[in-house]
Ligand binder design. Structure first.
Ligand SMILES: O=c1ccn([C@@H]2O[C@H](COP(=O)(O)O)[C@@H](O)[C@H]2O)c(=O)[nH]1
Length: 224
């Protein structure tokens, strides 16, 4: 069975990213490359990581006017990522245009509320302090825009799946039971997130910052 874990390789150092991915490759389903990696290494770096022959999740969280996002997605087409992120807050037209510009096999998923935010943070940016309601609203918008799924925390994934049963649900903010949450505010264990309806789990520091990333990945895998 393919692992639902995408490991977040959040480093600008491609040699380090490659070394970690090589060690844990048999215990993860894919690798996630985000802003830190992409700003340092660009498309060439992503192509280099593709040599590992693992699915690539390009987590660039694109958020701009529809034309700009569509052109950015076109520029990423040669990388043929398995998963690509945009921000749902960019609106329906932006999500529609991102999907139209993406390769056929790429799942375009929309970030709803970052897992580093809680109700108080939402209030501070002028939103009602209710992550559940906001995730449900943006999940419906993403579904209606014709993209593939959303990114949300494990706390909201069951509610989001209830309104979008065939959606693809990416869940970061995942921590083993004794794990340090760090800057994440809406967290859940890997097992609980899968039980709640996650399609894939994004796990970074609990694996990449461990003394032995391979052992950490295996320990998490054993709980699934
Ligand atoms: O809402 C979101 C969206 C994306 N992320 C990304 O997931 C990983 C999480 O890393 P950890 O080290 O496991 O906390 C990271 O790359 C984020 O950019 C997220 O955390 N929350």
């Amino acid at each position: 069975m393919t692992s639902p874990i995408y490991v977040a390789l959040d480093t600008p150092d491609i040699d380090r990213a490659m070394a970690i991915a090589t060690r844990i490759r048999n215990h993860v389903g894919g690798i996630k490359l985000g802003l830190e990696f992409f700003c340092a290494n660009g498309r060439a770096g992503v192509k280099e990581m593709a040599a590992l022959d693992l699915p690539i999740f390009l987590d660039l969280k694109l958020h701009d006017i529809p034309n700009t996002v569509a052109k950015a997605v076109q520029a990423l087409r040669p990388l043929d990522p398995a998963i690509l992120t945009v921000h749902a807050a960019g609106g329906r037209a932006m999500m529609e245009d991102a999907k139209a510009a993406a390769p056929t096999g790429t799942k375009v998923v929309a970030v709803t509320m970052l897992t580093s935010l809680d109700g108080a943070d939402m209030q501070s940016i002028g939103l009602p302090p209710d992550p559940h309601a906001q995730v449900e609203r943006l999940a419906a918008l993403a579904r209606d825009a014709g993209i593939d799924g959303i990114v949300c925390s494990g706390n909201e994934v069951a509610a989001a799946r209830a309104i979008w049963p065939e959606g693809f649900f990416v869940v970061p903010g995942v921590r083993p039971a004794d794990g340090d949450a760090g800057d994440q505010k809406r967290v859940m264990t890997p097992r609980a997130a899968l039980d709640a309806g996650a399609s894939v789990l994004v796990i970074g520091r609990p694996i990449t910052q461990a003394d032995d990333p391979d052992r950490a990945a295996r320990a998490i895998e054993a709980t699934l």
